[in-house]
Every structure is written in structure tokens, then in C-alpha cells.
Design a protein around this ligand. Structure first.
Ligand code: HEC
Ligand code: HEC
Ligand code: HEC
Ligand code: HEC
Ligand code: HEC
Length: 203
């Protein structure tokens, strides 16, 4: 958003310079002046593009920084994408309980006792398994404590994971795709004749 504003501001700025150069017809025929103005326009254009490029790089670096660093860099792209393992194979409780479970280290080791032990991220997993310590996965999606969300109620009526979580199988790192604020929840409930009374979602 700030990037878009910067773009607009820059093009207005540049446009004013450009127009003022054109309007200044008296001097336009003096070659030296024209050359100077052209040079100014080109320099300001190049400068503007560089500034916008830097801002864009900064904004994207900041956006990826906001995603927490997981204890093991678990890629959904390999597991849910390439290997095509079902979401419910790992998030077992999602069809029957409010909360979607995350696999234990032992469940990961079912495959990783054998697969990929030479990879540094899997070495971390093996280390945790040998030490018997769980991995403390950091939460990405979270509603406040005053709200109760229930996965099973949604899965039962065939709302797919992707409707709320996006194309997870294409995400190396999970990012939230839907804001899942009250307005968003209620709007979908209303259009699907699901309950909208306050006590549906609040304790
Ligand atoms: C059904 C088998 C299976 C299960 C279960 C499984 N994985 Fe994997 N995983 C794989 C395979 C196969 C690869 C690809 C390995 C390769 O490229 O050498 C992989 C790759 C990975 C990688 C990427 C390694 C790299 O750097 O390329 C990580 C990290 C990983 N798994 C962690 C986990 C964690 C954590 C769990 C448990 C939540 C888990 N895996 C459960 C089969 C599995
Ligand atoms: C091999 C096991 C495995 C499979 C298959 C798998 N996941 Fe996951 N999932 C995990 C692990 C481990 C985490 C925690 C680490 C992370 O956030 O990346 C996780 C995290 C998530 C999260 C973020 C949870 C939060 O805190 O908000 C979502 C959403 C998710 N998975 C959805 C899916 C969906 C949808 C699929 C199917 C397309 C899927 N997962 C398939 C293991 C798996
Ligand atoms: C109607 C929207 C919606 C659908 C559909 C949905 N989720 Fe979620 N998911 C959420 C919300 C909201 C949270 C945060 C819940 C909280 O903080 O209690 C969440 C959290 C999670 C988590 C973190 C653990 C937890 O339960 O808080 C995982 C893992 C997850 N979802 C996986 C899945 C998978 C896999 C599917 C499909 C089988 C799925 N979700 C379908 C909205 C959805
Ligand atoms: C994509 C549409 C959609 C979104 C988004 C959605 N829901 Fe739902 N939700 C439904 C539908 C449809 C049902 C009704 C299921 C049924 O008929 O049993 C439902 C049921 C529920 C239930 C169980 C109600 C009951 O009495 O059994 C709860 C709790 C709930 N939703 C909370 C939430 C919260 C909190 C959010 C936002 C974080 C949310 N939902 C987002 C469609 C949605
Ligand atoms: C379908 C689910 C759903 C229903 C129904 C619902 N809410 Fe909410 N509500 C949420 C979610 C999710 C949040 C937290 C996210 C946010 O702040 O928007 C929330 C936040 C709130 C907050 C802000 C509290 C805070 O912790 O910041 C208030 C106040 C509130 N709701 C009141 C109501 C009232 C009053 C009703 C009945 C008219 C209602 N809600 C019905 C899902 C719902």
C-alpha cells in the first residue's frame, strides 16, 4: 500500500517536471536549456526507479521477517505438494476436533529414520527425536482467546482447507492468506445459513 502511494507520488512529481519542461516553450528552442532539462528528467526518472526498487526490496524483506522462524524449516511444498501426502494424514484431528493437531516428532521419524538424514534441517529433527524433546512449532493462524473456532464443524460441511488457508501445498513457509476477522467469519456464516449468534463463536 505504501509502495503504491510512493509510485503515485513519484509519477505525479515526475509528471509535473515533464509538463513544466514542455510548457516552458520560450526556452525550449534554446538547445542548451533543453538538454539540461532532458538530463534532469532522465536523472530524476532513474533516481525514482532506484528508490522504488529499494523500497520494494525492503518491504518484501520485512514481510518475510514477520513470519516466525520455525524450529525446523518444514516445507509443505515437498510433503503436501510433491509427495501428495493428505493434509489429514498429518493434521489428524482436523475432521473430528476443534483444533488441528500437528504431527509429533515420532510421526515425522516414521519416514525420516530413513529419508534425508544427511540434510541439515532433518538432522535437527533427528536430534530432537533422539533427545525425546518436542518441536515447539510457532503458531501462524490464531484467533483471540475470547473466540472459539472449530475445524471439525467446517470440514464436516466440506469447506476445504484451501478456502481458509490458501494453496498450502505451494507454500515453502506457511503464511496467513485470509484475515479471519469477525467480519470475514460472519459474512461466510450468513451466506451459508450457518449460525451467527454471538455465542456461536464467543464464550
Ligand atoms: C511419508 C513420509 C514423510 C513424513 C511423515 C515426513 N516427511 Fe519430511 N520428507 C519426506 C521426503 C520423502 C522428503 C524429501 C527428502 C529429500 O529430498 O531427500 C522430505 C523432506 C523434508 C524436509 C526437507 C529437507 C531438505 O532440506 O530438503 C524437512 C525439513 C522435513 N522433511 C521435515 C519433516 C517433518 C518435521 C516431518 C513431521 C512433521 C516430516 N518431514 C514428515 C518424507 C516424509
Ligand atoms: C508431513 C506432514 C504434513 C502434511 C502432509 C501437511 N502438513 Fe500442515 N503442518 C505440518 C507441520 C509440521 C506444521 C507446523 C510447521 C509450519 O507451520 O510449517 C504445519 C502447519 C500447518 C499450518 C499452519 C498452522 C498455524 O499455526 O497456523 C496450516 C494452515 C497447515 N499446516 C495446513 C496444511 C494443509 C492445508 C495441508 C494439505 C494441503 C497440510 N497442512 C499438510 C505438517 C504437515
Ligand atoms: C473456515 C476456515 C478454516 C478452514 C476450512 C480450515 N481452517 Fe485451519 N485454521 C483456521 C483458523 C481460524 C485457525 C486458528 C484457530 C485458533 O486460533 O484457534 C486455524 C488453525 C489451523 C492450524 C493450527 C492449529 C489449530 O487448530 O489452531 C492448522 C494445523 C490448520 N488450521 C490446518 C487446517 C487443515 C489441514 C484444514 C483442512 C483439513 C483446515 N485447517 C481448514 C481456519 C480454517
Ligand atoms: C468459508 C466459510 C466460513 C468461514 C470463513 C468461517 N465459517 Fe464457521 N462455519 C461455516 C459453516 C457453513 C458452518 C456450519 C456448519 C454446520 O452447518 O454444521 C460453520 C460453523 C462454525 C461453528 C460451529 C457452529 C455450531 O453451532 O456447530 C463455529 C464455532 C464457527 N463456524 C466459527 C467460525 C469462526 C470463529 C470463523 C472465523 C475465524 C469462521 N467460523 C469462519 C462457514 C465458515
Ligand atoms: C462466526 C464467528 C463470530 C460470530 C458469530 C461473532 N463473532 Fe465476535 N469475533 C469473532 C472473531 C474471529 C473475533 C476476533 C477477530 C476480530 O477482532 O475481528 C471477534 C471479535 C469480537 C470482539 C472484539 C473482542 C476482542 O477480543 O478484541 C467483540 C466485542 C465481538 N467479537 C463481539 C461480538 C458480538 C456482540 C457478536 C454477536 C452479535 C459476535 N461477536 C459474533 C467471531 C465471531
Amino acid at each position: 500500500m505504501t509502495l503504491l502511494k510512493t509510485f503515485i507520488a513519484f509519477f505525479i512529481f515526475w509528471g509535473v517536471i515533464f509538463v513544466s519542461a514542455l510548457v516552458d516553450l520560450q526556452h525550449l528552442f534554446a538547445r542548451q536549456v533543453l538538454r539540461n532539462k532532458l538530463r534532469f528528467i532522465i536523472i530524476s526518472l532513474v533516481f525514482g526507479i532506484v528508490v522504488i526498487g529499494l523500497l520494494a526490496a525492503f518491504a518484501s524483506a520485512k514481510a518475510s521477517q514477520q513470519l516466525p522462524q520455525q524450529p525446523v524449516a518444514f516445507p509443505h511444498t515437498i510433503h503436501a505438494g510433491k509427495l501428495g501426502i493428505a493434509c489429514t494424514f498429518c493434521h489428524r484431528t482436523v475432521q473430528t476436533e476443534p483444533v488441528a493437531s500437528i504431527p509429533s516428532v515420532e510421526q515425522c521419524m516414521f519416514c525420516h529414520r530413513v529419508v534425508g538424514k544427511e540434510k541439515p534441517e532433518i538432522a535437527k529433527l533427528v536430534k530432537a527425536a533422539d533427545a525425546g524433546t518436542p518441536l515447539n512449532w510457532l503458531r501462524i493462524n490464531r484467533v483471540p482467546d475470547t473466540v472459539h473456532f472449530n475445524h471439525a464443524s467446517h470440514i464436516r460441511v466440506n469447506i476445504s482447507c484451501a478456502i481458509c488457508h490458501g494453496p498450502v501445498e505451494k507454500m515453502v513457509k506457511i503464511k496467513p492468506v485470509r484475515n479471519l476477522k469477525m467480519g470475514d467469519c460472519v459474512e461466510c456464516h450468513r451466506s451459508n445459513s450457518a449460525p451467527t449468534g454471538c455465542s456461536t463463536c464467543h464464550y
